[in-house]
Design a protein around this ligand. Sequence first.
Ligand code: UDP
Length: 239
Amino acid sequence: DAAQTKFKRVMLKISGEALMGDQGFGLHPPTVQRIANEVKSVHELGVEICMVIGGGNIFRGLQGSAQGMERTTADYMGMLATVMNALAMQSALEGLGVFTRVISAIPMDQICEPYIRRRAVRHLEKKRVCIFAAGTGNPYFTTDTAATLRASEMACEAIFKGTKVDGVYDKDPVTNADAVRFETISFDDVLAKHLKVMDASAIALARDNNLPIIVFSLDEPGGFRGILAGKGTYTKVVS
Ligand code: UDP
């Protein structure tokens, strides 16, 4: 029951790469399924869940533009990639009996709902998982910024950023055995130290809206539910 967590409404941000498993590209259905199960176990606590999924497992605008593609066109392709990921997650969640809506910043009515703020809020109140797709709908932004924007609009209490590691370290913990994890760190320090939590515009937006970011490991089974109940290791980015 909801008594196990103090959170009522949260944003879960994951990168597109979190869905590709060990393949190095695209969607790995068992991995999508595994993450859907993590989301379901939090949904069972009665928490209202927003999700933003990146598109980097399929296409990144910066990569396309580095290969000579016009930047804004490449960014739109990246946004379309996030829609594919959102649909995959929708399918996995609904297969588990969790009702969802995919809500796109760019209308594509045959595929999903357009973003209408008050309608999205209503879905959350009815305990439907809202998967926000197509980023912010604007080129030159990222899905980190989209997650922060939607979390602010939906009045989420925090953004949960699921990554491969269990928090923010002073240096890369994969290549540095002596890396130290921060328990908490300020938005300003994240910006000043150029720590790779989220991109700078997303960090600044979260800071200005007083929206904490909790960085945790998505590879830990039961990790998301544990973090919501105050267990496990993570880093909290706050003002
Ligand atoms: N994108 C964009 N505007 C947005 C969100 C995303 O143009 O508001 C594009 C951008 O090209 C980006 C791609 O979509 O590279 C995929 O998103 P992102 O890189 O954030 O995915 P992630 O790294 O989280 O998988």
